[in-house]
Design a protein around this ligand. Structure first.
Ligand SMILES: [Zn+2]
Ligand SMILES: [Zn+2]
Length: 374
């Protein structure tokens, strides 16, 4: 029941394996290739490479359901809703892991502008709704060479930098996005996803275009390494009720961990001055708005379920949630100044924005602080 789905790196077949198979060596039921199942579901650079390498071969999806019964036991191909694979009409969930989902859909859907705009308008990694930039998904086949993909991502060719691009929607937006170079239609059509300016897009969204050997039909595979975003995408793309239910269940299990929501570069800076103790849970970071966005993480407040930590380049202070804390806020429009007084120390001036204040109020409540606001 709870089996895990993996892709054979040699032939691209989707295989069902027992949940405890991670890290073990298995043999593909369709091409007999022996390979090791990754220990975790996160996508390494090698995984991307093998995912894309697999696209070099024409894959007959119908053939993959065939399992050889002879010799040593091999893994049968269990494909979710395998009946619909021959002639898919829309987007279907092909594979679901604890932290990623793989979709399949006919490549011709890429010709529809409305379909190409179905990726959620939030940062694919951290869920931020501000400071977003569109990135373009590469459905690699002929250019399915990891170096090409890597250089495309690294060079930023597929990121649109036009000012005010985030105010555009639908066809207006698509017009302004770069086409995928060296790709043949319809895979050259821009299909945007969104990242905030702090998060690294690498490995989050991987596209592949394969050709059905018998019918010649082109099929896109799209891997989204964030269950919540995958769920939002399938909802908008009109997935089947069964697929949506499976994703909803997975999304409930993959509770959004507040620490994971913080962009990686900010987390690395926070780690310089906030290390969670065993059993301590990070709740929120409230940036010091005297710093620019590119310096985010270097100063501000961290609230956990045990303590509040204030850090700037001059001072570092902490107070446990068992002691009373007084906060005084003076807001003008979207910015404000915050004063904090604890039993042992006080900070007279922290520049905050409205979002930071909202996070702080909520975090102090969740962390069961004895906070008094004035
Ligand atoms: Zn195989
Ligand atoms: Zn982000």
């Amino acid at each position: 029941m709870d089996e895990m789905q993996v892709t054979c790196p040699a032939c691209g077949a989707l295989l069902g394996v027992p949940p405890d198979a991670a890290g073990r060596s298995v043999r593909c039921g369709s091409c007999r290739h022996r390979f090791q199942i990754p220990a975790t579901d996160s996508l390494s650079e090698d995984d991307i490479a093998s995912l894309l390498d697999a696209a070099d071969d024409k894959v007959d999806l119908a053939e993959q359901a065939h399992v050889d019964a002879d010799e040593e036991p091999s893994l049968g191909s269990t494909i979710v809703a395998s009946e619909s694979i021959d002639r898919p009409t829309g987007v279907r969930l092909a594979k679901l892991g604890p932290s990623a989902a793989m979709f399949e859909f006919p490549a011709k859907l890429l010709r529809e502008a409305s379909f190409r705009c179905t990726m959620p308008r939030t940062c694919m990694r951290c869920g931020a709704r501000a400071h977003l930039r569109p990135h373009v998904i590469v459905f690699a086949s002929s250019l399915a060479d990891k170096e090409a993909l890597r250089s495309l991502l690294a060079s930023g060719v597929l990121i649109c930098c036009e000012p005010d691009i985030d105010r555009l929607y639908g066809a207006d937006l698509l017009k302004h996005l770069p086409h995928v170079p060296n790709a043949s239609p319809p895979a050259d059509q821009p299909m945007p996803y969104w990242m905030c300016d702090m998060c690294n897009p690498e490995g989050l969204v991987v596209g592949q275009i394969i050709e059905h050997a018998r019918t010649g039909e082109k099929i896109c595979r799209l891997r989204v390494a964030n269950i919540h975003r995958a769920q939002e995408f399938l909802t908008d793309a009109g997935g089947s009720e069964a697929d949506l239910a499976m994703l909803a269940k997975a999304s409930d299990v993959a509770q959004e961990n507040p620490w994971d929501q913080v962009p990686l570069v900010v987390r690395q800076r926070l780690e310089q001055w906030f290390k969670a103790e065993p059993d301590e849970h990070f709740i929120a970071y409230v940036p010091d708005r005297d710093l620019s966005r590119t310096e985010e993480g270097m100063a501000g407040l961290v609230v956990s379920d045990r303590r509040v930590v204030y850090h700037s380049h001059l001072r570092h202070k902490e107070a446990p949630n068992t002691e009373p804390i007084e906060l005084e806020l003076a807001m003008t429009r979207d910015e404000g100044l915050l004063k904090i007084r604890t039993v042992h120390w006080a900070v007279r001036r922290i520049a905050v924005d409205r979002e930071g204040v909202r996070h702080l109020r909520r975090a102090l409540m969740l962390g069961k602080f004895k906070a008094a606001w004035r």
